[in-house]
Design a protein around this ligand. Structure first.
Ligand code: NDP
Length: 446
């Protein structure tokens, strides 16, 4: 059996410019390889080698013309990582920083995350270096139509079912769905995150944030603590961050921060429902900056170009983007008292930040478990589409709570340590791997 060093070294040689993919592989394989060593069945069929290579990578040019007649060229990708458990499933990201490395890491992570939900979904991810920020709605629509023209051949309700992610919210999903319908002549469940009137599920908008808080509650209870009055710092001010905060407030936690790429919004006495209403108006409706929220409330401050991690807290919830918390941030957080971290964004901690915090005894809920509520409700949206049904919000939320409890249990089964504390990173990675590996072994080589 190869060692983790052999695997990482060979990845360095074959794909030298994919550091985020290497980081994601190291995270999963460090947890999984000792387990595989103890269980011979998983040493068969070159499982670990096969999982390093996506089933398929689609890369394409997107050419579109803006409202002024200017022609733009963007790049598009879809990485279909593994479909052992079902059709590929995972979001689309529109952000100028993305490249193939971004989507390979996200698709790899997605495979194990989807497995954890217990729903029949494989893993994929994709998107474009198009930046929707500052573009008119008409230009965003033109881009989405051009993007879908190139992607539509490779997706379908039984093949690959994309959803939203950074830069792809309800508006973009609407344009993408409309374009797919026009190209294919089919109205079906090819995308999730649709508005309920177009076949979407109630509760999908809130699912990742609410699911994050449900998982965090289980983490705290497992360690004999509760969420009420916990001081929480949250980063990001997008879909995930906003609905995380909404649920935290409902559970009487104290939320001290949010952030966007301009800086950090600080609420010294905790955010209130009135603050949250302004945040939703500014970020969701006006697509503006958090700075404007501070200008609207005397009891809020805005710290330009600062991250939230210097604020004293019990719980930190990074909900913006990958590697947003480095080792220095981790040290500051620890010095300021953090005890629990729930990763709401995908891979938000650098490897060094994770190692440091674990050494200090901080409990970390990894993203593939914590933020799986979003894809779980996407899975429920697929079921509703297939059955031609629409379930009420309460029913979807109950199922979401059950799924997050199930994911937490799976993490405990594979991650509980002798002292009763849980290594959630090990638990989530092994639980996700076992599901995918069992299906791959059953289906033979592919
Ligand atoms: P949004 O686009 O709605 O919001 C992203 C937020 O993070 C914005 O506030 C944005 O700031 C900030 N941000 C993004 N990139 C950067 C960056 N490079 N530097 C600083 N700030 C940044 O995305 P989501 O809320 O949907 O996604 C957030 C995270 O959660 C991502 O990691 C995503 O993969 C993950 N996730 C999302 C799911 C979903 O259902 N949406 C499901 C599971 C995971 P600004 O507004 O200034 O751009």
């Amino acid at each position: 059996m190869q060692t983790i060093q052999d695997i990482l070294q060979s990845l360095q040689q074959t794909h030298p410019n994919q550091p985020q993919f290497h980081q994601a592989v190291a995270d999963v394989y460090q947890a999984v390889m000792p387990f595989v060593k103890r269980h011979e069945a998983y040493q068969q069929q070159a499982l670990l080698e096969r999982l390093l290579v996506p089933d398929r990578i689609i890369e394409f040019r997107v050419t579109w013309q803006d409202g002024d007649g200017q022609v733009h060229v963007n790049r598009g990708w879809r990485v279909q990582h593994n479909n052992a458990l079902g059709a590929y499933k995972g979001g689309l990201r529109f952000h100028p920083s993305v490249d193939l490395d971004t989507f390979k890491f996200l698709a790899f992570e997605q495979t194990f995350k989807n497995a954890l939900t217990g729903l029949p979904m494989g893993g994929g991810k994709g998107g474009s270096d198009f930046d929707p920020k500052g573009k008119s709605a008409a230009d965003v629509q033109r881009f989405c139509q051009a993007f879908m023209l190139k992607l539509s051949n490779y997706i379908g309700p039984e093949q690959d079912v994309p959803a939203g992610d950074i830069g792809v919210g309800a508006r973009e999903i609407g344009y993408l769905f409309g374009a797919y319908k026009n190209i294919s002549g089919q109205f079906n469940g090819v995308l999730t995150g649709k508005a309920p009137a177009s076949g979407g599920s109630c509760g999908r908008t809130e699912a990742t944030g609410y699911g994050t808080v449900y998982f965090l509650q289980h983490m705290l209870e497992q360690h004999d603590q509760s969420l009420a009055d916990k001081r929480c710092v949250v980063s990001g001010a997008g879909n995930v961050a906003i609905y995380t905060v909404e649920k935290l407030l409902e559970k009487n936690a104290q939320v001290l921060t949010l952030s966007d790429s301009g800086g950090t919004l600080l609420a010294k006495s905790g955010l209130t429902a009135a603050h949250l209403a302004t945040i939703k108006q500014v970020k969701e409706v006006e697509r503006g900056r958090l700075k404007a929220v501070a200008e609207a409330h005397d009891d809020l401050q805005f710290r330009a170009d600062e991250k939230p991690w210097a604020v004293a807290c019990d719980v930190a919830i990074p909900a913006a983007t990958q590697n947003e918390m480095d080792e220095t941030d981790a040290q500051t957080l620890h010095d300021n008292g953090v005890q629990f971290i729930a990763e709401a964004a995908n891979m938000p901690l650098t490897a060094k930040a994770t190692d440091y915090l674990l050494e200090q005894g901080v409990v970390i809920g990894p993203s593939k478990a914590v933020n799986a509520g979003g894809v779980a409700v996407s899975g429920l949206e697929r079921t509703q589409n297939a059955l031609m049904q629409s379930w009420p919000a309460e029913q979807v939320d109950r199922k979401l709570q059950d799924i997050m409890a199930h994911i937490h249990r799976s993490c405990v089964i594979h991650g509980e340590q002798e002292d009763g504390r849980v290594d959630y990173i090990r638990g989530a990675n092994i639980a996700g791997f076992v599901k995918v590996a069992d299906a791959m072994l059953f289906q033979g080589l592919g």
